[in-house]
Design a protein around this ligand. Structure first.
Ligand SMILES: Cc1cc2nc3c(=O)[nH]c(=O)nc-3n(C[C@H](O)[C@H](O)[C@H](O)COP(=O)(O)O)c2cc1C
Length: 188
């Protein structure tokens, strides 16, 4: 069986995003299983605020790129920062764009296995937003793993190389990344 293709994505545009750092680590752990893993950084893509008028003029090239990458993926490692108890506008905007289906095409999130992560300096680790992103993705056909991980006090966890320096959290991130690869390869 060929290795599953995994996309790793965080819903923050912030240069020093903790969620991006968590997803980089999840990607590194997934790579160790032999999976093909690509990290996509939302702040490197030019994704306008979704507007059907813009869409009517043609899908922006970076949006198309994101959709194409999602379509060819078997699984998605997704870290969703929590803003006011929900998901970020940047992530919702990217999901809204990617959910749009050209005639005859397969919806980008459909049948993708998704592992959800969240990270926050706060005590709940962004847990409340995960229910929202789970709902949204389930509604557009993704298979969201029951297990998920919210990482509290995330600002205390990284060393200067961007690696998690606290073994319990590192093990949890690794376990969920490995579970995603395992389920994605079984469903491939
Ligand atoms: C508008 C806004 C709302 C926020 N709301 C929450 C919240 O509801 N829960 C929480 O744990 N942190 C909240 N935070 C703090 C974020 O968790 C924190 O900024 C975090 O670093 C964002 O993720 P990032 O580092 O990946 O960009 C909020 C931050 C902003 C800017």
């Amino acid at each position: 069986m060929s290795a599953p293709k995994i996309i790793a994505l965080a819903g923050s545009l912030r240069q020093e995003s903790f969620n991006q750092k968590i997803i980089n680590e999840a990607a590194r752990f997934a790579l160790q299983t032999g999976a093909e893993v690509e990290v996509i950084k939302l702040n490197e893509l030019n994704i306008p605020l979704f507007n059907e008028d813009i869409e009517a003029q043609g899908t922006p090239s970076d949006v198309q790129l994101l959709k194409d990458k999602l379509r060819t993926a078997d699984g998605i490692l997704l870290a969703s920062p929590e803003y006011n108890g929900s998901i970020t506008a940047a992530l919702k905007n990217a999901i809204d764009w990617a959910s749009r289906t050209e005639q005859g095409a397969v919806p980008a999130f459909r049948n993708k296995v998704v592992a959800l992560f969240a990270a926050s300096p706060g005590g709940l680790g962004g847990l409340r937003g995960l229910n929202h992103v789970r709902d949204i993705l389930s509604g557009i056909g993704s298979l969201v793993l029951a297990d998920q991980l919210a990482v509290p006090a995330v600002h205390t966890l990284f060393n200067e190389n961007g690696q998690i320096n606290e073994p319990v959290t590192a093990e949890k991130v690794s376990a969920l990344a490995h579970q995603l690869v395992s389920v994605a390869s079984k469903l491939k």
